[in-house]
Design a protein around this ligand. Structure first.
Ligand code: ZN
Length: 465
Protein backbone atom coordinates (compact mmCIF):
# COMPACT_ATOMS: atom_id res chain seq x y z
CA UNK A 1 0.00 0.00 0.00
CA UNK A 2 1.24 3.49 -0.80
CA UNK A 3 2.26 5.67 2.10
CA UNK A 4 3.62 9.13 2.81
CA UNK A 5 6.21 10.20 5.37
CA UNK A 6 6.77 13.81 6.34
CA UNK A 7 10.31 14.66 7.20
CA UNK A 8 9.56 18.05 8.75
CA UNK A 9 6.95 20.69 8.30
CA UNK A 10 5.19 18.17 10.50
CA UNK A 11 4.05 20.07 13.62
CA UNK A 12 6.39 22.88 12.50
CA UNK A 13 6.28 25.52 9.78
CA UNK A 14 9.67 25.05 8.13
CA UNK A 15 11.71 22.33 6.44
CA UNK A 16 8.88 21.08 4.22
CA UNK A 17 9.72 17.59 2.91
CA UNK A 18 7.28 14.75 2.18
CA UNK A 19 8.09 11.41 0.62
CA UNK A 20 5.46 9.40 -1.24
CA UNK A 21 6.28 5.70 -1.48
CA UNK A 22 4.19 4.03 -4.16
CA UNK A 23 3.92 0.25 -3.98
CA UNK A 24 4.93 0.01 -7.60
CA UNK A 25 6.37 3.12 -9.14
CA UNK A 26 8.73 5.97 -8.45
CA UNK A 27 9.62 7.38 -5.04
CA UNK A 28 8.35 10.93 -5.15
CA UNK A 29 9.61 13.70 -2.89
CA UNK A 30 7.44 16.77 -2.50
CA UNK A 31 9.59 19.78 -1.55
CA UNK A 32 12.90 19.76 0.29
CA UNK A 33 12.98 22.87 2.43
CA UNK A 34 15.36 24.63 4.76
CA UNK A 35 14.80 25.11 8.49
CA UNK A 36 14.35 28.55 9.96
CA UNK A 37 14.26 30.10 13.42
CA UNK A 38 14.66 27.73 16.34
CA UNK A 39 14.98 24.69 14.04
CA UNK A 40 17.79 26.14 11.95
CA UNK A 41 20.49 23.79 13.22
CA UNK A 42 18.49 20.79 12.00
CA UNK A 43 20.04 21.46 8.61
CA UNK A 44 23.11 19.61 9.92
CA UNK A 45 21.11 16.44 10.51
CA UNK A 46 21.30 13.74 7.84
CA UNK A 47 18.27 13.04 5.67
CA UNK A 48 15.87 10.44 7.03
CA UNK A 49 15.99 8.66 3.68
CA UNK A 50 18.57 7.91 1.03
CA UNK A 51 18.59 10.78 -1.50
CA UNK A 52 19.87 8.31 -4.13
CA UNK A 53 16.61 6.35 -3.84
CA UNK A 54 14.38 9.33 -4.71
CA UNK A 55 13.26 9.26 -8.34
CA UNK A 56 11.28 12.48 -8.72
CA UNK A 57 11.25 15.77 -6.87
CA UNK A 58 8.13 17.92 -7.17
CA UNK A 59 8.44 21.52 -6.00
CA UNK A 60 5.39 23.47 -4.81
CA UNK A 61 7.12 26.88 -4.79
CA UNK A 62 10.42 28.69 -4.44
CA UNK A 63 10.38 29.74 -0.77
CA UNK A 64 13.52 28.63 1.06
CA UNK A 65 11.53 26.52 3.53
CA UNK A 66 10.40 24.44 0.52
CA UNK A 67 13.58 24.36 -1.60
CA UNK A 68 16.52 25.15 0.71
CA UNK A 69 17.73 21.57 1.21
CA UNK A 70 17.70 20.66 -2.49
CA UNK A 71 21.44 21.43 -2.93
CA UNK A 72 22.14 19.13 0.05
CA UNK A 73 19.87 16.49 -1.54
CA UNK A 74 21.84 16.69 -4.79
CA UNK A 75 25.18 16.73 -2.98
CA UNK A 76 24.16 13.51 -1.22
CA UNK A 77 23.23 11.67 -4.37
CA UNK A 78 19.82 12.68 -5.71
CA UNK A 79 20.02 12.48 -9.48
CA UNK A 80 16.37 12.18 -10.47
CA UNK A 81 13.89 14.35 -12.29
CA UNK A 82 12.70 17.71 -10.94
CA UNK A 83 9.26 19.00 -11.88
CA UNK A 84 8.08 22.55 -11.13
CA UNK A 85 6.70 25.63 -12.81
CA UNK A 86 9.25 27.50 -14.90
CA UNK A 87 8.81 30.63 -12.76
CA UNK A 88 9.54 28.54 -9.66
CA UNK A 89 12.82 27.31 -11.10
CA UNK A 90 13.82 30.87 -12.13
CA UNK A 91 13.13 32.13 -8.61
CA UNK A 92 14.80 29.06 -7.06
CA UNK A 93 17.98 29.76 -9.04
CA UNK A 94 18.17 33.28 -7.63
CA UNK A 95 17.33 32.21 -4.08
CA UNK A 96 19.63 29.19 -3.88
CA UNK A 97 22.66 30.66 -5.62
CA UNK A 98 22.40 34.02 -3.86
CA UNK A 99 21.93 32.45 -0.45
CA UNK A 100 24.93 30.18 -1.07
CA UNK A 101 26.95 33.22 -2.12
CA UNK A 102 26.01 35.15 1.02
CA UNK A 103 26.84 32.13 3.21
CA UNK A 104 30.24 31.71 1.50
CA UNK A 105 31.10 35.39 1.88
CA UNK A 106 30.05 35.40 5.55
CA UNK A 107 32.12 32.28 6.12
CA UNK A 108 35.21 33.76 4.46
CA UNK A 109 35.13 36.91 6.58
CA UNK A 110 34.37 34.93 9.76
CA UNK A 111 37.27 32.60 8.95
CA UNK A 112 39.64 35.53 8.61
CA UNK A 113 38.69 36.74 12.09
CA UNK A 114 38.73 33.22 13.56
CA UNK A 115 42.25 32.64 12.26
CA UNK A 116 43.43 35.78 14.01
CA UNK A 117 42.03 34.54 17.30
CA UNK A 118 43.02 30.90 16.69
CA UNK A 119 39.41 29.66 16.74
CA UNK A 120 39.01 28.51 13.15
CA UNK A 121 38.30 24.92 14.20
CA UNK A 122 35.04 25.91 15.85
CA UNK A 123 33.79 27.57 12.68
CA UNK A 124 31.24 25.65 10.61
CA UNK A 125 31.50 25.96 6.82
CA UNK A 126 28.27 26.68 4.88
CA UNK A 127 25.97 23.68 4.42
CA UNK A 128 26.22 24.02 0.66
CA UNK A 129 28.49 25.93 -1.70
CA UNK A 130 27.64 28.02 -4.76
CA UNK A 131 28.65 25.01 -6.88
CA UNK A 132 26.28 22.76 -4.92
CA UNK A 133 23.46 25.25 -5.58
CA UNK A 134 24.35 25.43 -9.28
CA UNK A 135 24.32 21.62 -9.52
CA UNK A 136 20.55 21.67 -8.85
CA UNK A 137 20.05 23.33 -12.21
CA UNK A 138 22.09 20.68 -14.01
CA UNK A 139 19.52 18.06 -13.07
CA UNK A 140 16.87 16.93 -15.50
CA UNK A 141 14.22 19.61 -15.07
CA UNK A 142 10.74 19.37 -16.48
CA UNK A 143 8.61 22.50 -16.45
CA UNK A 144 5.02 22.01 -15.42
CA UNK A 145 2.09 24.08 -16.68
CA UNK A 146 -0.92 24.82 -14.52
CA UNK A 147 -3.88 22.48 -15.09
CA UNK A 148 -2.05 20.14 -17.47
CA UNK A 149 -1.43 16.63 -16.13
CA UNK A 150 2.03 15.09 -16.54
CA UNK A 151 2.24 11.32 -16.87
CA UNK A 152 5.15 10.27 -14.63
CA UNK A 153 5.02 6.56 -15.46
CA UNK A 154 2.07 4.51 -16.70
CA UNK A 155 -0.67 4.78 -14.07
CA UNK A 156 0.85 7.72 -12.18
CA UNK A 157 0.20 11.34 -13.11
CA UNK A 158 0.76 14.70 -11.48
CA UNK A 159 -1.06 18.01 -11.93
CA UNK A 160 0.00 21.47 -10.79
CA UNK A 161 -2.62 24.14 -10.03
CA UNK A 162 -2.09 27.75 -9.12
CA UNK A 163 -1.87 28.05 -5.33
CA UNK A 164 -2.01 31.88 -5.42
CA UNK A 165 0.76 32.10 -2.79
CA UNK A 166 3.77 33.48 -4.70
CA UNK A 167 4.74 33.52 -8.36
CA UNK A 168 4.92 29.93 -9.66
CA UNK A 169 3.33 28.45 -6.53
CA UNK A 170 1.36 25.27 -6.99
CA UNK A 171 -0.98 22.83 -5.37
CA UNK A 172 0.15 19.37 -6.44
CA UNK A 173 -2.19 16.46 -7.12
CA UNK A 174 -0.76 12.98 -7.63
CA UNK A 175 -3.14 10.40 -9.06
CA UNK A 176 -2.26 6.71 -9.22
CA UNK A 177 -3.87 3.33 -9.47
CA UNK A 178 -3.06 0.64 -6.94
CA UNK A 179 -4.66 -2.78 -6.74
CA UNK A 180 -7.37 -1.67 -9.15
CA UNK A 181 -8.27 1.43 -7.11
CA UNK A 182 -7.57 4.92 -8.37
CA UNK A 183 -6.27 7.27 -5.70
CA UNK A 184 -5.67 10.98 -5.48
CA UNK A 185 -3.28 12.63 -3.06
CA UNK A 186 -3.20 16.42 -2.92
CA UNK A 187 -0.51 18.61 -1.40
CA UNK A 188 -1.92 22.09 -1.02
CA UNK A 189 1.56 23.66 -0.89
CA UNK A 190 1.37 27.07 0.73
CA UNK A 191 -1.98 28.50 -0.27
CA UNK A 192 -2.54 32.16 -0.98
CA UNK A 193 -5.33 34.35 0.22
CA UNK A 194 -8.45 34.97 -1.87
CA UNK A 195 -7.59 38.67 -1.75
CA UNK A 196 -3.97 39.24 -2.62
CA UNK A 197 -2.20 42.35 -3.89
CA UNK A 198 -0.42 40.53 -6.70
CA UNK A 199 -1.50 36.92 -7.05
CA UNK A 200 -4.82 35.57 -8.31
CA UNK A 201 -6.94 33.49 -5.90
CA UNK A 202 -5.91 29.80 -5.58
CA UNK A 203 -7.37 27.33 -8.08
CA UNK A 204 -9.50 24.47 -6.79
CA UNK A 205 -8.99 20.71 -6.90
CA UNK A 206 -11.92 18.33 -7.30
CA UNK A 207 -10.90 15.13 -5.61
CA UNK A 208 -8.59 14.02 -2.80
CA UNK A 209 -8.53 10.75 -0.93
CA UNK A 210 -5.83 12.37 1.17
CA UNK A 211 -5.33 16.12 1.38
CA UNK A 212 -2.10 17.38 2.91
CA UNK A 213 -2.94 20.97 3.72
CA UNK A 214 -0.83 23.74 5.18
CA UNK A 215 -2.12 25.18 8.45
CA UNK A 216 0.13 28.19 9.09
CA UNK A 217 -2.86 30.45 9.81
CA UNK A 218 -5.46 27.75 10.36
CA UNK A 219 -6.33 29.25 13.74
CA UNK A 220 -7.38 32.75 12.64
CA UNK A 221 -8.48 35.19 10.02
CA UNK A 222 -6.18 37.95 8.84
CA UNK A 223 -7.18 41.50 9.42
CA UNK A 224 -8.73 43.32 6.47
CA UNK A 225 -6.07 43.89 3.82
CA UNK A 226 -7.15 47.49 3.24
CA UNK A 227 -6.61 48.33 6.94
CA UNK A 228 -3.12 46.86 6.68
CA UNK A 229 -2.30 48.87 3.58
CA UNK A 230 -3.67 52.03 5.24
CA UNK A 231 -1.53 51.50 8.35
CA UNK A 232 1.52 50.91 6.17
CA UNK A 233 0.90 54.11 4.20
CA UNK A 234 0.33 56.15 7.36
CA UNK A 235 3.60 54.98 8.95
CA UNK A 236 5.50 55.87 5.79
CA UNK A 237 3.93 59.32 5.42
CA UNK A 238 4.39 60.20 9.12
CA UNK A 239 8.04 59.16 9.16
CA UNK A 240 8.93 61.01 5.96
CA UNK A 241 7.07 64.15 7.07
CA UNK A 242 9.08 64.09 10.34
CA UNK A 243 12.37 64.05 8.41
CA UNK A 244 12.97 60.42 9.19
CA UNK A 245 13.83 57.37 7.12
CA UNK A 246 11.84 54.20 6.75
CA UNK A 247 13.58 50.82 6.90
CA UNK A 248 11.64 47.84 5.64
CA UNK A 249 13.20 44.41 6.20
CA UNK A 250 11.60 42.46 3.43
CA UNK A 251 11.54 39.02 1.91
CA UNK A 252 12.90 39.03 -1.63
CA UNK A 253 9.95 37.17 -3.07
CA UNK A 254 6.39 38.45 -3.05
CA UNK A 255 6.46 40.84 -0.06
CA UNK A 256 8.99 43.14 -1.75
CA UNK A 257 6.90 43.22 -4.92
CA UNK A 258 3.76 43.94 -2.89
CA UNK A 259 5.50 46.83 -1.11
CA UNK A 260 6.73 48.24 -4.43
CA UNK A 261 3.24 48.00 -5.87
CA UNK A 262 1.74 49.93 -2.94
CA UNK A 263 4.46 52.61 -3.12
CA UNK A 264 3.89 52.96 -6.84
CA UNK A 265 0.15 53.36 -6.30
CA UNK A 266 0.89 55.97 -3.58
CA UNK A 267 3.14 57.81 -6.02
CA UNK A 268 0.50 57.97 -8.74
CA UNK A 269 -2.22 58.87 -6.20
CA UNK A 270 0.05 61.72 -4.98
CA UNK A 271 0.05 60.24 -1.44
CA UNK A 272 3.80 59.63 -1.31
CA UNK A 273 5.92 62.57 -0.08
CA UNK A 274 8.94 63.29 -2.28
CA UNK A 275 11.52 60.71 -1.24
CA UNK A 276 14.09 58.23 -2.46
CA UNK A 277 13.05 54.60 -2.47
CA UNK A 278 15.98 52.17 -2.45
CA UNK A 279 15.47 48.54 -3.27
CA UNK A 280 18.71 47.46 -1.63
CA UNK A 281 18.76 43.74 -2.24
CA UNK A 282 20.25 42.03 -5.31
CA UNK A 283 18.06 39.00 -4.63
CA UNK A 284 14.88 41.09 -4.48
CA UNK A 285 15.88 43.05 -7.59
CA UNK A 286 16.27 39.82 -9.55
CA UNK A 287 13.05 38.39 -8.14
CA UNK A 288 11.22 41.57 -9.15
CA UNK A 289 12.50 41.12 -12.70
CA UNK A 290 11.25 37.52 -12.74
CA UNK A 291 7.83 38.67 -11.52
CA UNK A 292 7.75 41.11 -14.43
CA UNK A 293 8.76 38.37 -16.88
CA UNK A 294 5.80 36.24 -15.79
CA UNK A 295 3.30 39.07 -15.44
CA UNK A 296 0.67 36.89 -17.13
CA UNK A 297 0.56 34.78 -13.94
CA UNK A 298 -0.16 37.82 -11.75
CA UNK A 299 -3.60 39.25 -11.04
CA UNK A 300 -5.43 41.98 -12.92
CA UNK A 301 -4.51 44.75 -10.48
CA UNK A 302 -0.77 44.08 -10.94
CA UNK A 303 -1.18 44.01 -14.70
CA UNK A 304 -3.03 47.33 -14.57
CA UNK A 305 0.28 48.95 -13.54
CA UNK A 306 1.88 47.53 -16.65
CA UNK A 307 -0.71 49.25 -18.82
CA UNK A 308 -0.19 52.52 -16.94
CA UNK A 309 3.49 53.09 -17.72
CA UNK A 310 4.93 49.91 -19.18
CA UNK A 311 6.25 48.57 -15.86
CA UNK A 312 4.62 46.72 -13.00
CA UNK A 313 6.88 47.87 -10.19
CA UNK A 314 9.07 50.75 -11.40
CA UNK A 315 8.20 54.38 -10.68
CA UNK A 316 10.30 57.56 -10.71
CA UNK A 317 11.37 57.55 -7.01
CA UNK A 318 12.61 53.97 -7.12
CA UNK A 319 16.33 53.16 -7.33
CA UNK A 320 17.92 49.72 -7.45
CA UNK A 321 21.08 49.15 -5.37
CA UNK A 322 22.65 46.14 -6.95
CA UNK A 323 26.28 46.55 -5.92
CA UNK A 324 27.66 46.76 -2.37
CA UNK A 325 29.05 50.24 -3.05
CA UNK A 326 25.56 51.45 -4.01
CA UNK A 327 24.26 50.08 -0.74
CA UNK A 328 26.99 51.89 1.22
CA UNK A 329 26.20 55.18 -0.52
CA UNK A 330 22.71 55.09 1.01
CA UNK A 331 24.36 55.71 4.41
CA UNK A 332 25.16 59.25 3.25
CA UNK A 333 21.46 60.10 2.90
CA UNK A 334 20.32 62.15 5.89
CA UNK A 335 16.58 61.81 5.59
CA UNK A 336 13.69 61.18 3.24
CA UNK A 337 14.53 57.59 2.31
CA UNK A 338 12.61 54.39 2.19
CA UNK A 339 15.05 51.49 2.29
CA UNK A 340 13.82 48.02 1.43
CA UNK A 341 16.48 45.41 2.20
CA UNK A 342 16.89 41.78 3.22
CA UNK A 343 16.91 39.60 5.04
CA UNK A 344 13.24 39.58 5.87
CA UNK A 345 13.83 38.35 9.41
CA UNK A 346 17.00 40.46 9.92
CA UNK A 347 19.18 37.36 10.32
CA UNK A 348 21.73 38.74 7.84
CA UNK A 349 21.96 40.80 4.69
CA UNK A 350 22.17 44.52 4.04
CA UNK A 351 19.36 45.46 6.42
CA UNK A 352 21.89 45.00 9.23
CA UNK A 353 24.16 47.84 8.14
CA UNK A 354 21.13 50.09 7.75
CA UNK A 355 20.15 49.17 11.32
CA UNK A 356 23.64 50.09 12.48
CA UNK A 357 23.35 53.54 10.94
CA UNK A 358 19.73 54.33 11.66
CA UNK A 359 18.30 52.33 14.59
CA UNK A 360 19.54 54.82 17.18
CA UNK A 361 17.69 57.77 15.64
CA UNK A 362 14.12 58.24 16.97
CA UNK A 363 13.03 60.00 13.77
CA UNK A 364 13.39 56.74 11.85
CA UNK A 365 10.93 53.88 11.61
CA UNK A 366 11.35 50.17 11.09
CA UNK A 367 8.36 48.65 9.36
CA UNK A 368 8.08 44.90 9.79
CA UNK A 369 5.83 43.62 7.03
CA UNK A 370 6.33 39.89 7.49
CA UNK A 371 6.18 37.18 10.12
CA UNK A 372 9.21 37.11 12.39
CA UNK A 373 10.02 33.63 13.66
CA UNK A 374 10.86 33.26 17.35
CA UNK A 375 14.60 33.52 17.94
CA UNK A 376 15.30 36.00 15.13
CA UNK A 377 16.55 39.55 15.64
CA UNK A 378 13.40 40.87 13.98
CA UNK A 379 11.25 39.13 16.57
CA UNK A 380 13.40 40.52 19.40
CA UNK A 381 12.82 44.06 18.18
CA UNK A 382 9.08 43.54 17.96
CA UNK A 383 9.19 42.15 21.49
CA UNK A 384 10.76 45.42 22.66
CA UNK A 385 14.49 44.74 23.01
CA UNK A 386 16.27 48.00 23.96
CA UNK A 387 19.52 47.41 22.11
CA UNK A 388 21.03 44.91 19.73
CA UNK A 389 24.57 43.77 18.99
CA UNK A 390 25.67 44.54 15.44
CA UNK A 391 29.17 44.37 14.04
CA UNK A 392 30.56 44.23 17.62
CA UNK A 393 28.69 47.39 18.57
CA UNK A 394 25.82 47.84 20.93
CA UNK A 395 23.13 49.73 19.00
CA UNK A 396 20.22 51.31 20.84
CA UNK A 397 16.78 50.71 19.37
CA UNK A 398 15.35 54.24 19.41
CA UNK A 399 13.63 54.11 16.03
CA UNK A 400 9.90 53.46 16.07
CA UNK A 401 9.12 49.78 15.57
CA UNK A 402 5.95 49.03 13.67
CA UNK A 403 4.71 45.51 13.16
CA UNK A 404 2.27 45.83 10.30
CA UNK A 405 0.12 42.75 10.65
CA UNK A 406 -2.09 41.61 7.85
CA UNK A 407 0.31 41.29 4.94
CA UNK A 408 0.31 37.62 4.26
CA UNK A 409 0.98 35.40 1.30
CA UNK A 410 -0.85 32.68 3.25
CA UNK A 411 -4.52 31.83 3.30
CA UNK A 412 -6.25 32.42 6.64
CA UNK A 413 -8.75 30.08 8.26
CA UNK A 414 -11.72 31.31 6.19
CA UNK A 415 -9.67 31.08 2.98
CA UNK A 416 -8.53 27.54 3.81
CA UNK A 417 -12.03 26.31 4.68
CA UNK A 418 -13.56 27.95 1.59
CA UNK A 419 -10.89 26.32 -0.58
CA UNK A 420 -11.56 22.92 0.96
CA UNK A 421 -15.30 23.31 0.44
CA UNK A 422 -14.74 23.39 -3.32
CA UNK A 423 -13.67 19.73 -3.39
CA UNK A 424 -16.37 17.52 -4.89
CA UNK A 425 -14.88 14.54 -3.03
CA UNK A 426 -12.63 15.03 -0.04
CA UNK A 427 -11.87 12.13 2.25
CA UNK A 428 -9.14 12.47 4.87
CA UNK A 429 -7.43 15.71 5.79
CA UNK A 430 -3.84 15.81 7.03
CA UNK A 431 -2.43 18.95 8.58
CA UNK A 432 1.15 19.97 7.88
CA UNK A 433 3.15 23.21 7.94
CA UNK A 434 1.74 24.64 11.15
CA UNK A 435 2.36 24.95 14.87
CA UNK A 436 0.53 22.43 17.12
CA UNK A 437 -1.67 24.94 18.99
CA UNK A 438 -2.85 26.48 15.72
CA UNK A 439 -3.41 23.06 14.18
CA UNK A 440 -5.65 22.07 17.11
CA UNK A 441 -7.89 25.10 16.47
CA UNK A 442 -7.93 24.41 12.73
CA UNK A 443 -8.83 20.75 13.33
CA UNK A 444 -11.90 21.83 15.30
CA UNK A 445 -12.94 24.30 12.58
CA UNK A 446 -12.64 21.65 9.83
CA UNK A 447 -14.63 19.09 11.82
CA UNK A 448 -17.37 21.61 12.55
CA UNK A 449 -17.70 22.95 9.03
CA UNK A 450 -16.69 20.10 6.73
CA UNK A 451 -17.09 17.04 9.01
CA UNK A 452 -13.97 15.37 7.54
CA UNK A 453 -11.60 13.24 9.60
CA UNK A 454 -8.49 15.31 10.39
CA UNK A 455 -5.06 14.13 11.43
CA UNK A 456 -2.10 16.25 12.51
CA UNK A 457 0.91 14.72 10.78
CA UNK A 458 3.84 13.81 13.01
CA UNK A 459 7.46 13.75 12.02
CA UNK A 460 8.33 10.61 10.03
CA UNK A 461 5.06 8.73 10.76
CA UNK A 462 3.76 6.57 7.93
CA UNK A 463 0.39 7.60 6.55
CA UNK A 464 -1.11 4.85 4.39
CA UNK A 465 -3.21 6.04 1.48
ZN1 ZN B 1 5.74 29.75 1.04
Amino acid sequence: MAYIQSFRAAETVTGSCHLLHLKKGPKILIDCGYFQGRDEMRILEPFDFDPKQVDILLITHAHLDHIGRIPKLVKEGFDGRVIALRATMDLAEVILIDSAKIAEEDYKSALKKAKRSGQEKSLRPPVYSIDDAKAVFDLSIQYACYNKAIQLVPGVKVSFRNAGHILGSATIQIEFTEEGLSKSVVFSGDLGSRKDLIMPAPSFVKRADALYIESTYGDRDHRCLQETVDEFKESIINTLENQGNVLIPSFAIERTQEILLILKQMYYNKELPVCKVFLDSPMAIRATQIYTNYHGELNASANKQLLRDGAIFNFPYLQYSLKDKDSMLINKEESGCIIIAGSGMCTGGRILHHFKHRLWDPRNSILFVGYQVLGTQGRQMIDGIESIQLYHENIRVNAKIHMINGFSAHADQSDLLAWMEEFEKLDKVFLIHGEPDKQAIFTKAIKERLHNPVHIVKYSEKIYI
